[in-house]
Design a protein around this ligand. Structure first.
Ligand code: AMP
Length: 281
């Protein structure tokens, strides 16, 4: 496995690398969710590149950029064991060498749900993904469904800008009690950690209600809301039943939809989502 920190070294290394090149972008502090993306990339690529970059432009002024968990030596060990060929770990000045003035925005998709409370977040995500794609020129890139809105935004920008990268969405990896793996889970206090599976329970309740015949989006949303209301210490940010591509609320789940949920637990903001597939009549 090679580790490179500059775009010049990355380009040199990838110039002769066997294709297809599969790319897994991360912010590091790797866990089983990230490793599932690596495994998928490994299974269908000749060269696997993983990036570790805590992207400053996707953090708001009062967010946790400086506190974001980091452990590069451990990330490198895990990447090596997972079969990664190249780790790209640039510093902020390598990605943004001078004051950056050019940003990618995905109108409509970027402003609601996670974008409502974090106004510049997806602009930062879309910009860094575009930059990384330009630097690496991968054939495929792997993203987790865990960050469902991000996945849809990346799909859309890749299509709109004709970036010629195939976007592969990968299922959410969970702890045994249902909590979606996340780098930020280390910040959960023991009592919060115990309550955190409420998000997954809320999503499962919506799926059960759908199978019991409830189709109205608002009713399925209320099912999720009530699970969170019964969880002490948790406050709902949003729960929604949306179209899987446009992320707009759906009135009735007659085709596949997506349930989204976001909750504040202590100082942490947890998100999760799940498919809502109506049973055949
Ligand atoms: P991050 O390091 O949090 O930016 O995540 C890097 C990539 O890993 C993103 O595409 C995430 O959606 C994906 N990812 C994070 N957590 C999970 C998970 N629990 N299951 C699957 N993919 C995940």
């Amino acid at each position: 496995m090679r580790v490179v920190e500059t775009v010049a070294d990355l380009r040199r290394l990838l110039a002769g690398a066997p294709r297809p090149v599969g790319f897994v972008p991360t912010m590091g502090y790797l866990h089983q969710g990230h490793m599932s993306l690596v495994a998928r990339a490994r299974s269908e690529s000749a060269t696997v590149v993983l990036s570790i970059f805590v992207n400053p432009t996707q953090f708001g002024p009062n967010e946790d950029l400086d506190r974001y968990p980091r452990d590069v030596p451990r990330d490198l060990r895990m990447s090596d064991e997972g079969g990664v060929d190249v780790v790209f770990a640039p510093g902020a000045s390598e990605v943004y060498p001078r004051q950056h003035r050019t940003f990618v925005e995905v109108k409509g998709l970027q402003d609601r749900w996670e974008g409502a409370s974090r106004p510049e977040h997806f602009r930062g995500v879309a910009t860094v993904v575009t930059l990384l794609f330009r630097m690496l020129q991968p054939d495929r890139a792997y993203f987790g469904e865990k960050d469902y809105q991000q996945l849809q935004i990346v799909r859309r920008l890749t299509e709109d800008l004709r970036l010629d990268v195939e976007i592969v969405g990968c299922p959410t990896i969970r702890e045994p009690d249902g909590l979606a793996c996340s780098s930020r889970n280390v910040y959960l206090r023991p009592d919060e950690r115990q309550r955190a599976p409420a998000l997954h329970r809320a999503l499962e309740s919506a799926q059960k209600a759908l199978h019991a015949g409830v189709r109205r989006g608002t009713m399925l949303r209320d099912v999720m809301t009530s699970v969170i209301e019964q969880t002490s210490g948790a406050t709902l940010d949003y729960a929604a039943v949306v179209d899987p591509e446009t992320l707009e609320p759906v009135e009735s789940v007659d085709h596949e939809a997506r349930a989204l949920i976001a909750v504040h637990l202590g100082n942490l903001h947890l998100i999760d989502n799940a498919p809502l597939i109506p049973p055949h009549k």
